[in-house]
Design a protein around this ligand. Structure first.
Ligand code: B12
Ligand code: SF4
Length: 456
């Protein structure tokens, strides 16, 4: 059966992200014998996408929804209205059922189906359910429920490589993107605001390291990938599965630069040195809060001492590591804000991105807390971005305090997208890809065009 999959993600910050989830679903459909066309609203105009759908006459259309919004209170962007427009426009050119999926969709499935007017949606991992859906649809059978949930998840060994699409790979590599690779699914932690365990499951499902490294080798050989990012919720998982993967990359002598999300703690100089040898170029640390009090209230499994020790370890190994820290979370008071600012300033020089407030998402303990504390009404429509700020603080005071605290420190960035215009400028100058925040700890590049004021 002919199926069209459309990636609806048009967000380009911090860089355009290759639609990995859609490509995994496409691979599963192709293995089941379907003809799959993949389209992408970043790479193609909506009018062209509609033209292709009209000409190709697919019997099923899948839309991948990655982001609901950009989770940034200080510069909000919303992505669901554009999906609604897409669904409406597709109805004009095709009678095929429209099936939604993706991380963004899975966070608010019923609400997004209602809002966009699509027919069905698959919540969570998509490979098994979309193949079943397509087989039934081919026979003219459709489910009674619109939101289809995955009762069983794939075990790690059964997670197959994505179908990396040559034209899209070319487009994303030209756009300064890092290729995404998933080495496992799941997270065992219980951080109060986080949706990752809900999206990927609460137990770890590592893929076979050999399969993952075969995929890395194929990306390098077939698409000249020069940098890749592990999309795992936490790369350095407590069960230590990541070690076998790093050893396999080292065994094959691969050195292509890579990045990943890390959790502070649970690392040592030997494993970091091995990771560096395999190309670990930059680590993104989910530090999240800046004092022991607030780390605990966030449900984090580490202390500020672990953050400092991890920061030092990366520093000593010469591996760039950036921290992502939110102010205003549960338990935050004027005292913890002051303590947190001092803690961050005392860290050995590392880029730190400071966020204010935490996007409240369904299925999280933070939602219950926010309702309990009267931060939001129990029936609040969560499709509209809403942020938790501790009731002990006023938003305006917090904003001003953070601005004043970090104004003159180049490597501590508040608001978090203050660095965005520099990134876009560097990308325009060419030869730059990926997170680019490593540059924050280096000395500013000298101005070449005197008429422009240097930013720092
Ligand atoms: C890795 C990651 C990143 C990396 C990406 C690196 C890279 N090169 O790929 C970086 C750091 C760049 C990043 C940035 C951002 N991210 Co991010 N990211 C993730 C993360 C952890 C994994 C995404 C991923 O690739 N997963 C692996 C693939 C295989 O899984 P998947 O896409 O979910 O696909 C599966 C299913 O969803 C489904 N599926 C997918 N498509 C389809 C289509 C159909 C039709 C069907 C049926 C099924 C289906 O099947 C797939 C296979 O099982 C998720 C959280 C999570 N654990 O899911 C957040 C997440 C996707 N990110 C999120 C956000 C908000 C962002 C940013 C906007 C943050 C910011 N302000 O900078 C940016 C946007 C970037 C962009 N240009 O779009 C949110 C989106 C939800 C929301 N709140 O709106 C998430 C869910 C995290 C969260 N806060 O809850 N991100
Ligand atoms: S914040 Fe990180 S460690 Fe905590 S639950 Fe989410 S993915 Fe897991």
């Amino acid at each position: 059966m002919k199926i069209v999959l459309i990636s609806s993600n048009t967000c380009t910050s911090p860089y355009p992200v290759y639609p990995l989830g859609m490509s995994m679903v496409a691979a599963a459909l192709r293995s089941a014998g379907h003809e799959v066309l993949v389209l992408d609203l970043l790479h193609q105009q909506q009018a062209d996408v509609l033209g292709i759908v009209a000409a190709e006459k697919p019997r099923l259309i899948g839309i991948s929804i990655r982001n609901i919004d950009n989770v940034n209170l200080l510069n909000e962007k919303r992505y669901i209205p554009a999906v609604k427009e897409l669904v409406t426009a597709l109805r004009e050119v095709s009678a095929a059922p429209i099936l939604l999926g993706g991380a963004g969709y899975s966070i608010l499935p019923e609400r997004i189906l209602q809002e966009t007017g699509a027919d069905y949606g698959i919540v969570g991992e998509g490979e098994q359910r979309i193949v079943e859906f397509a087989a039934n649809a081919e026979a003219g059978i459709f489910p009674d429920v619109c939101c289809i949930r995955s009762e069983t998840l794939l075990d790690g060994g059964s997670i197959r490589s994505a179908w990396y699409h040559p034209e899209l790979m070319e487009y994303y590599s030209q756009s300064g993107s890092l290729a995404g690779i998933q080495s496992k699914r799941g997270c065992i932690h219980h951080c109060v605001y986080c949706t990752y365990p809900y999206l990927e499951g609460r137990s770890l499902r590592p893929r076979n390291p050999k399969d993952v490294v075969n995929e890395i080798e194929a990306l390098i050989a077939d698409f000249q990938v020069s940098q890749y990012h592990f999309t795992d919720s936490v790369f350095n998982d407590d069960e230590g599965h990541y070690r076998a993967l790093v050893e396999e990359i080292a065994r094959r002598n691969l050195t292509t630069p890579w990045t990943a999300f890390f959790k502070p703690g649970n690392l040592n100089p030997e494993i970091l040195a091995l990771m560096k040898r395999t190309g670990l170029q930059a680590a993104e640390l989910g530090t999240d809060a800046s004092t022991d009090t607030t780390l605990k209230r966030m449900g984090k499994s580490f202390t500020w001492a672990d953050v400092e020790a991890t920061n030092n370890l990366f520093h000593e190994q010469g591996i760039a590591a950036a921290h992502y820290v939110m102010f205003g979370g549960p338990g935050e008071t004027r005292e913890t804000v002051a303590e947190g600012i001092a803690n961050i300033k005392a860290l050995r020089k590392a880029p730190v991105f400071i966020f204010m407030g935490i996007r409240i998402l369904p299925g999280t303990p933070l939602l219950h807390l926010a309702v309990q504390e009267g931060v939001i009404a129990p029936d609040h429509d969560l499709i509209e971005p809403i942020y938790y700020i501790s009731p002990a603080l006023e938003q305006a005071w917090l904003h001003k305090t953070l601005e004043e605290a970090f104004r003159d420190i180049r490597h501590i960035v508040f608001p978090p997208d203050a660095f965005e215009s520099t990134i876009q400028m560097l990308k325009k100058m060419g030869n730059h890809s990926g997170p680019l925040w490593e540059l924050l700890t280096r000395e500013p590049v000298r101005r070449q065009r005197p008429e422009h004021k240097a930013r720092n």
